[in-house]
Design a protein. Structure first.
Length: 158
């Protein structure tokens, strides 16, 4: 009887430990999805307001940024130059439409479409993919890649 009680107590301990460790696993919630969608709206608003420093808050310090027809950028400083240059060239009215947002634990992705206009005429539109990480309760973009649906400026369409 004594061994049965010991075995039962041991089994109960293992069961409770297994349940407790499962409870510690962080799921991806609707609140996470809404926060990432809000990030897209807030990032576009900061861009359209020409608030470059505010734009950088949406990115991790070690972010990797892969724009079309340009070299890969690492970290926030190159991003600052990229966004400043884009705004100086008259980019305005950025719109980001996250069509799909999903994740697991502290990692997520957002895929969608974008459009941007230029003061002196012209526009661009295409699709993007972001990889985000929850850092201290804030979703920050770690990887960005996008491609235009339009041919590069001054080049004919196929």
């Amino acid at each position: 009887m004594r061994h049965a009680v010991t075995i039962a107590a041991l089994a109960l301990t293992v069961f409770v430990s297994a349940c407790a460790s499962g409870a510690k696993e962080q799921g991806f919630t609707m609140a996470d999805q809404q926060a990432i969608r809000k990030n897209a709206t807030d990032l576009a608003a900061a861009f359209n307001a020409k608030e470059v420093d505010k734009l950088l808050d949406f990115y991790a310090d070690t972010s990797i940024f892969m724009p079309p027809n340009a070299p890969l950028l690492r970290g926030r400083e190159p991003l600052k130059s990229f966004y400043s240059n884009m705004i100086e060239r008259g980019a305005t009215n950025l719109r980001l439409e996250p069509n799909e947002v999903s994740g697991y634990g502290p990692i997520a992705y957002a895929a969608g479409t974008y459009s941007v206009s230029y003061d002196k005429g012209g526009h661009d539109r295409g699709k993007y993919l972001l990889v985000l990480r929850n850092m201290g309760g804030t979703w920050r973009t770690e990887k960005t890649i996008w491609s235009s649906d339009l041919p590069p400026v001054n080049q004919p369409a196929d």
